[in-house]
Design a binder for this molecule. Structure first.
Ligand code: ADP
Ligand code: ASP
Ligand code: MG
Length: 283
């Protein structure tokens, strides 16, 4: 099988974790699979880099922001390739550019337009484990671009689609998709399966276990998507087509977005023009 595995920030948060990821990747390789591994920056790294930039400017040039942020994923991709080679496995790290990920030129939230898979195919044919720096691509003008926060999920799904991989495994710090964020609600239950559409709703409403654009892309390209933990061997959650789900529950989950506030104005006169006046001021 050709498997694309993605490891998120906590999963590669320090050298011990990268070592553990290398072991896990090697296990899959030993099972006979071809592997493309997509990595995030170490947890906290992207925020740290953004903080550095905000020291100088509240509105830094987005081209420079992309140069800055894309470095986090390059670090982990190279470290993981070094760790794999140290274990005697042939591996090669690739930036988004080297992996052929071409985007539009909307810096910090670029969309992937296509993936030129030749380099990856060559490396796979040589039996190499490919480690791709997630969250980044290159514009038509040759500039580094990034795909928006949480964008390594999208890198993984897009690569899985372009290479027609048999499976895309998203490794993270929870066992899979739960009925709600298990870090907030301990009674949350893990789902064995969820449809693309329901996952898309959960993700777009704040369940960051999968970046919503990655779910959209998985649905479009029909990618076999699984989320699971890099910290244990538990079965994860399969995100799949509706018709693969036999017993459809009415409510699959509840999402939470902490970046919301509600302001209630009481006693507002019910008269045309009042709402406009209020919203104009708020705007
Ligand atoms: P990674 O760094 O691996 O990309 P993220 O932090 O982006 O991981 O996403 C995993 C987190 O998503 C979990 O730690 C969990 O707190 C949160 N989360 C929110 N909603 C859900 C949900 N419904 N199911 C599972 N995890 C969820
Ligand atoms: N490092 C990026 C972020 O923190 C991308 C990712 O982790 O998927 O948003
Ligand atoms: Mg994430």
């Amino acid at each position: 099988m050709l498997i694309v595995q993605k490891y998120g920030g906590t999963s590669v948060g320090n050298v011990e974790r990268i070592e553990a990821v290398a072991k896990r990747v090697i296990e899959s390789k030993q099972e006979g699979h071809d592997l493309v591994v997509v990595v995030s920056a170490m947890s906290g790294e992207t925020n740290k880099l953004l903080d550095f930039a905000s020291h100088f400017s509240t509105t830094p040039n987005v081209r420079e922001v992309d140069m800055l942020l894309s470095s986090g994923e390059r670090v982990t991709s190279a470290l993981l390739a070094i760790a794999l080679e140290a274990q005697g496995y042939s591996a090669v790290s690739m930036s988004g550019r080297r992996a052929g990920i071409v985007t539009d030129n909307v810096h910090t939230k670029a969309r992937i337009e296509h993936i030129d898979t030749q380099e990856m195919k060559n490396a796979l044919a040589e039996g190499k484990i490919i480690v791709v720096a997630g969250f980044q691509g290159v514009t038509h003008d040759g500039e580094v671009s990034t795909l928006g926060r949480g964008g390594s999920d999208l890198s993984a799904v897009a690569i899985a689609g372009a290479l027609e991989a048999d499976l895309c495994e998203i490794f993270t710090d929870v066992d899979g998709v739960y009925t709600t964020d298990p870090r907030i609600e301990p009674k949350a239950k893990k789902l064995d399966k969820i449809s693309y559409d329901e996952m898309l709703e959960l993700a777009s409403l704040g369940a960051k276990v999968l970046q919503s654009r990655s779910v959209e892309m998985a649905k479009k390209l029909n990618v076999n998507l699984v989320t699971r933990s890099s910290f244990n061997k538990n079965e994860g959650t399969l995100i799949t087509k509706e018709d693969n789900i036999m017993e459809q529950p009415l409510v699959s989950g509840i999402a939470l977005d902490k970046n919301q506030a509600r302001v209630t104005l009481r006693g507002v006169t019910d008269k045309p023009g009042i709402a406009a006046e209020i919203f104009k001021k708020i705007g």
